[in-house]
Design a binder for this molecule. Structure first.
Ligand code: SAM
Length: 281
């Protein structure tokens, strides 16, 4: 019997291409903001692709979502009010809701279509979006932080790459506004691209954030379906060093939930285990 030819989806960064073998295309629509695809990928479950960039696959999304959320939420002694900018797939919200102290999450997503697609095609990722503690705002995050008078313990910028509507989410003006929306012991996390290919971008972002926060730390993680494999988040805080939290305190809270990547050793390890080339740059 003849083998069926494989159709590949490639995310092409201009420098490298990451390929995923496509079994089926389940959805495609051009929204007001971006081109949205849902694909069934051989060996990876479903994938959400926005403007030709892989946002998540069902197989490895837990890595990104656990690591964008838990280092900040375990560092804060009692996180109650949380803001998520972007994150319309719901993965970050799912992880935040694992923390019993959280009373309220405002999710500010610019594109209502992403939320609908997540609810329809990614039930295990979007599961938390219907929780009564979650308030969804369909709005530009830039405008939201400028106009709201709410204060938060944690802000998570779970956005697409710094192009199109997400570009301004990496600029100083937005971060000055966002810093104003945090309590005096607040923590901010932002997804910050691949350290191999975006070293200058990360360096510049850290410089900008250090004008606002006394504590700015980068941490890295392995993401099989993002081009480059090694990706990063930036942690910024007015008060708390993420490595100062006692391991026993992390453990006591962590034992009440289920995670697949994050654990008390990973909490400290991600901050300590930076490769030399990142320390030198
Ligand atoms: N895990 C992802 C990745 O690949 O980095 C990020 C996931 S989440 C789907 C990113 C979301 O950010 C998108 O749904 C996009 O619509 C949203 N977004 C982009 N710019 C935004 C803005 N200015 N305000 C609010 N949401 C925005």
């Amino acid at each position: 019997m003849e083998k069926e030819p494989t159709i590949w989806f490639y995310e092409d960064t201009g420098g490298i291409k990451l390929g995923l073998p496509v079994k089926d295309i389940l959805f495609h629509k051009r929204s007001a903001y971006q081109d949205i695809y849902v694909m069934e990928i051989k060996g990876h479950g479903r994938a959400l692709v926005l403007d030709d960039c892989i946002q998540l696959t069902e197989k490895d999304e837990f890595i990104y979502h656990e690591l964008i959320v838990h280092p900040a939420l375990f560092t804060h002694p009692h996180p109650q009010e949380v803001l998520v900018i972007g994150g319309g797939d719901g993965g970050s919200v799912r992880e935040i809701l694992k923390h019993k102290s959280v009373r309220h999450i405002d999710l500010v997503e610019i594109d209502a279509e992403v939320i609908e697609v997540a609810k329809t095609f990614f039930p295990t990722v979007s599961v938390g979006l219907k929780d009564s503690r979650v308030n969804i705002h369909i709005e530009d995050g830039i405008k939201y932080v400028k106009t709201t008078d709410k204060k938060y313990d944690i802000a998570i910028v779970d956005s697409t790459d710094p192009i199109g509507p997400a570009k301004a989410l990496y600029e100083i003006e937005f971060h000055q506004d966002l810093g104003q929306r945090l309590n005096e012991d607040g923590i901010m996390i932002i997804q910050s691209e691949c350290p191999y290919y975006n070293a200058q971008f990360i360096k510049d972002l850290c410089i900008r954030l250090r004008t606002i926060y006394p504590i700015v730390k980068i941490y890295v993680y392995a993401m099989p379906t993002y081009p480059g494999g090694m990706w990063s988040f930036i942690y910024a805080s007015f008060k708390y060093e993420p490595t100062d939290v006692e391991e026993g305190k992390i453990k006591a809270r962590w034992q009440t939930m289920t995670t697949r990547y994050y654990n008390p050793k990973v909490h400290k390890g991600v901050f300590y285990m930076l490769p030399q080339f990142m320390l030198e740059e």
